[in-house]
Design a protein around this ligand. Structure first.
Ligand code: PHE
Length: 460
């Protein structure tokens, strides 16, 4: 007997949940520091182009696969193709869900921990960047602190997913996403009001093309993928809770718009403050945990703003983590007939256990490396640089070349009849990008990530 599938209660419910998945540590932690390290505006322009020509088309495709099949990533491919190969591609997504959640949970745990640091006023003991980074090192070397906050973070994620699609994920997104937007706008206004903010804005708005290399382009492309939660079936799974009433291209455009605007606002909030207080914009991954605490001590109202900032970062991480866990849960519920509650408890605990070695990479296991990477970096590398691009590559190949494009268009038209009639060029644009641009460009990123592109280019 077919079980009745849960669906989003409203169109806005889907958009908020999917934007919640997209908007995460990628937007507020990763994007500002990669932009900071790669020359600011020039990087941002390239990133925006990547979002438009790859991110948006692949997002439409992933959601479409989910909605058409009403299945998790493995079930979706199985339903449309008899070949085992595609089921394996789907299962890579489920595996990527575990792996990303394990290192993502560690950074999200720091963010939770930093809410308490901010409340305790710990940042006021810092006078220079060294004391802030020492404090960070001290906290992350404490096994109880780091594993404890990882457990708390995974626990809250499980709690939301346990409650189901409408009562858990949709409800949580409807509360957390507006809150996130309000906090972020408050932080941006604060940043812009600081004396010297214009230097931060100039950094974000005036492109310095001299810094751009091939590597920058590939970095921007990879990040476009990560930030839109593409390549591992998170958007497919959320799409599988959609009905045929709603337009996929219109929803995808709104999600991409929200994700991009939030990364930009986060960039403005952070760099205006960093420049106004005379800090270094190229702080790398430590920008948020080393540089920002100093920035807060140097501004009026810094105490409140520091709490708000880490609250914002934690909310963003949480709405992404629920989508990661949901991929795993949907697989066991659809394919293995598990009850949601049992799946959440079992795989929540397993994800926590997989996360522990990532957390311990900052202390007792820091010397243990595989291929020269500690566990945390290995999980990040494997997921972001291999599994997501491979997943994205095959998802676009499947949609464009395997499924049958006439069938694809019939499905896409459902809920978008007006768009098909009034602006057929939009559909043609999508067709070209999903068939040619996306697979070729993703393939190049993949080669470069594996270090093969350079070898091939040198050959010529
Ligand atoms: N998009 C999320 C972020 O930007 C990360 C993520 C990747 C979430 C893949 C789900 C799937 O932080």
């Amino acid at each position: 007997m077919q079980k009745k599938r849960e669906h989003w209660n409203s169109k806005i419910g889907f958009i908020l949940a999917a934007s919640g998945s997209a908007i995460g540590l990628g937007n507020i932690w990763k994007f500002p520091y990669i932009a900071g390290e790669n020359g600011g505006a020039a990087f941002i322009i390239i990133y925006l182009v990547c979002i438009a020509i790859i991110g948006l088309p692949v997002l439409i495709g992933e959601v479409l696969l989910g909605r058409t099949t009403q299945r998790n990533p493995v079930g979706a491919f199985k339903k449309l193709s008899n070949s085992k190969f595609w089921a394996v591609i789907g299962s890579l997504g489920v595996i990527a869900g575990f792996i990303i959640l394990s290192f993502y949970g560690v950074v999200a745990g720091w963010s939770f921990g930093y809410i308490f640091e901010a409340i305790n006023g710990s940042f006021y003991d810092f006078n220079q960047i060294e004391s802030a980074s020492n404090h960070f090192t001290q906290l992350t070397s404490n096994v109880t602190w780091i594993v404890g906050f990882l457990a708390l973070f995974i626990g809250i994620t499980m709690f939301i997913v346990y409650a189901g699609v409408q009562k858990g994920i949709e409800r949580a997104s409807k509360i957390m996403m507006p809150l996130l937007l309000v906090i972020l706008i408050a932080l941006m206004i604060k940043g812009l009001s600081l004396q010297g903010a214009e230097k931060g804005l100039a950094f974000l708005l005036e492109p310095n093309w001299g810094n751009v290399t091939g590597e920058t382009i590939l970095l921007a492309l990879g990040h476009a993928f990560f930030t839109l939660s593409l390549g591992m079936g998170a958007m497919m799974t959320y799409g599988s809770y959609m009905t045929e009433k709603d337009s996929i291209p219109a929803s995808a455009l709104q999600i991409v718009f929200l994700d991009t605007i939030i990364a930009l606002i986060a960039g403005i909030a952070i760099f205006t403050a960093v420049f106004a207080t005379g800090q270094d914009p190229s702080g790398g991954p430590g920008l948020i945990f080393h540089t920002l605490p100093i920035v807060f001590t140097k501004m009026t109202g810094g105490y409140i703003f520091s709490i708000l900032f880490f609250l914002l970062l934690s909310i963003a991480a949480l709405t992404s983590a629920i989508s990661l866990l949901e991929v795993v849960i949907a697989y066991f519920v659809d394919e293995k007939d598990w009850k949601r509650h049992k799946a959440v408890i079992t795989f929540g605990i397993i994800t926590f256990l997989v996360g522990v070695p990532s957390a311990l990479s900052f202390n007792v296991m820091s010397d243990m490396t595989i291929f020269g990477l500690n566990f945390f970096d290995l999980a990040d590398y494997l997921a972001s640089n291999i599994l997501l691009p491979v997943g994205g590559l095959f998802i676009s190949i499947f949609i464009a070349w395997v499924w049958g494009f006439d069938k694809v268009l019939i499905e896409l038209k459902k809920g978008s009849e007006k768009l098909f009639d009034n602006s057929p060029w939009v559909i043609n644009y999508w067709k070209v990008f999903i068939k040619y641009f996306a697979p070729v460009l993703i393939f190049l990123v993949l080669l470069s990530k594996l270090g093969l592109l350079e070898i091939i280019l040198n050959f010529f």
